[in-house]
Design a protein around this ligand. Structure first.
Ligand SMILES: NC(=O)CC(=O)C(=O)O
Length: 299
């Protein structure tokens, strides 16, 4: 197994706010939040799932953008470029939440996160691989697959100043395998732009963040949308957990920015104290990171 390396201490921020029907307003909210986080010393900043549009499948096509590094045409709004400029202006690594993506070659829609470096260059992208299709009677029904296609790769992104991180989007956090694969390949953190809701958030949000952290002895950050006055009842509670599965910081449901200092020594320290990461019994069960030759996108 590759030992996760966090090359130096870093302050990570989750910028929690709720998206509205107004894309320009949403992007300006993100900009204000990232600037505030950068001014507070954060060098890795995370935005929520579907931060530039309402989290509503019926509206996804209307808000979807073609994601391309080439400059946008006059009438094409471009969240890609807004995020790239924002990362550069604030000198941060920006995990740009997720946005509705339209892929013109196939005509498919995806829920996609984009990562940028402090020079504004794209470092990678992740298309939500596990779609949020649930039906909890009288409480919450959601079917992303009515509109979206699932991504077909797992994603690890290199942040040159710090090391590698595994990226997932919201529902992806429920699946231990991609997290385990990323951790065994040496990421120091698993980062999930998210938007759980009142029903599933109360049940599973914190336990999932802590489980992925403890299973893998890495940092975990889940950045949520805030609870809006109307519409999708986002759970909020953006959370950062340490490699020992402890909550370092957690928001309420309102708009907020939460911060945590990630310590370059902590992963090694926890792994020395309780060395489960080196005590795996691969004579009894397989190391799935070795089996995963298909579908792993090392961006
Ligand atoms: N929004 C999601 O993808 C997931 C979610 O809300 C849940 O798993 O619960």
């Amino acid at each position: 197994m590759m030992c996760p390396v966090l090359k130096q201490h870093v302050k990570l921020a989750c910028v929690q706010f709720s998206s509205t029907a107004d894309k320009i307003f949403n992007v300006s909210e993100a900009r204000a939040g990232v600037i505030e986080a950068a001014n507070a010393g954060a060098r890795i900043v995370v935005l929520p799932e579907c931060f530039n549009a309402p989290y509503d499948m019926a509206l996804f096509p209307q808000y979807a953008e073609i994601l391309t590094p080439s400059p946008p045409s006059k009438d094409q709004s471009s969240t890609y470029h807004a995020l790239s400029t924002l990362a550069k202006d604030t000198n941060v690594y920006l995990i740009g939440g997720s946005i509705p993506e339209f892929e013109p070659l196939t005509g498919k829609y995806y829920n996609t996160t984009l990562a940028f470096g402090p020079d504004g260059a794209g470092l990678g992208s992740h298309r939500k691989t596990h779609l949020f299709d649930i039906d909890i009677e009288n409480k919450m029904t959601f079917r992303e697959s009515d509109v979206l296609s699932p991504g077909d790769k797992l994603t690890i992104v290199e942040l040159p100043d710090y090391g590698t991180v595994g990226l997932g989007i919201c529902y992806d956090v429920r699946f231990p395998e991609p997290a385990m694969i990323a951790a065994r390949l040496g990421v120091f953190a698993l980062i999930y732009p998210s938007a759980f809701n009142s029903t599933t958030g109360a049940l599973h949000w914190e336990v999932l963040a802590r489980s992925r952290a403890l299973d893998n002895q890495v940092y975990v950050a889940l950045c949520s949308q805030a609870l809006p006055p109307t519409g999708y009842p986002a759970w909020g509670h953006s959370i950062i957990t340490d490699p020992n599965g402890q909550v370092m910081v957690m928001a309420n449901r309102e708009k907020a920015i939460v911060y945590a200092e990630l310590d370059s020594e902590a992963i090694g320290q926890h792994r020395r104290q309780i060395p489960t990461s080196n005590q795996r019994r691969f004579d009894l069960y397989p190391d799935i990171s070795q089996l995963c030759t298909k579908g792993l996108g090392l961006d």
